[in-house]
Design a protein around this ligand. Sequence first.
Ligand code: LMR
Length: 428
Amino acid sequence: MALRAAISCRVLIKSSAVLGVRSMSSSSSWWRSVDPAPKDPILGVTEAYLADPCPDKVNVGVGAYRDDNGKPVVLECVREAERRIAGSFNMEYLPMGGSINMIEESLKLAYGENSDLLKEKRIGAIQSLSGTGACRIFAEFQKRFCPDSQVFIPVPTWSNHHNIWRDANVTQKTYRYYHPESRGLDFIGMIEDIKSAPNGSFFLLHACAHNPTGVDPSEEQWKEISHQFKVKGHFAFFDMAYQGFASGNTEKDAKAIRIFIEDGHPVGCAQSYAKNMGLYGQRVGCLSVVCDDAKQAVAVKSQLQQLARPMYSNPPVHGALVVSTILGDPELKKLWLREVKGMADRIIRTRAALRESLEKLGSPLSWEHVTNQIGMFCYSGLTPEQVDRLTNEFHIYLTRNGRISMAGVTSGNVGYLANAIHEVTKYG
Ligand code: LMR
């Protein structure tokens, strides 16, 4: 059918040319109804920033770490891993499920070095195309094996979560998470929504450093959330894109998952090495699903890789080698943990500097939340109109929900940023 349509289309183009009729290019005839896609709310900000010739421009849109000179960072442990890898590996395909070593190391990181789940081989896991790929494969898995299920997503969340579950055709519901008045967690609302969701619902949770709010439940609150999940028989899927980035300690940042595991939940988890190893463009991560036993884990893994096969066949090798080299060598791992802490600490210092600058300018507003929030982002409370003014008048680029990527703030631009924020907020 398709072949016949293509042949008749070519015939049409040829005869039009002979008749001198305006030739119809195949692209205009085939894709006439395609409108430009809307700009991505996060990556579109980078596009706009790059197009701005102003020398003073500032990009606090995308969550990508920069050093205090505003430059991208390649970690020393990554450089060393690359030196070790160079020349010593071939370029063969990885298995469909990815690098076994990388997966093993990732599971230790998420679930704990001595986790019984690992000893009992109860986790079905594959290497993923970073955190996005892990979420997407999980969403497809959910749709395939629980076709009538829906997913509860926090308000707000990383904008791409909506795209991922939409494209996997999973119905999305929301649960309350952020409390705009206190600029903190809406714990009461969250618990109410967990309780009122149908028993056995899927919930997307941010394991730490919630994106975009920078607001995480406390340990006590996680315990209560886990308890309520138990009562309702919900399934927790953790997106853990920032392990180590919140507190500077990878164990501490895995606390939420560990609490759920202690309570016997069969969780799922998306891990990413974009932020905590700075491997943004390598697209390396891990998707894991905790199962009842080893046999189930084998079956789940086989289905996860079966989902990956028609999408991209098998994942790329380089990033996986970097990760397994670092995590598999005690000395390199130590260096990595120091470097993650260094990045987290710079962000914490930058938060303090931004708040102090705003207070020094005499801002009538409270900026306590800038230092209370955690991780890469500050959910500033700026309105979309105030964000537009920052961009149009001051060439400061951020998402319209008021999220500031603290990783883009430096000692060189913090004063400029504070001044601009003060200008657009001082009259309310
Ligand atoms: C972000 O939230 O800015 C990052 O996770 C980058 C992305 O892909 O959106």
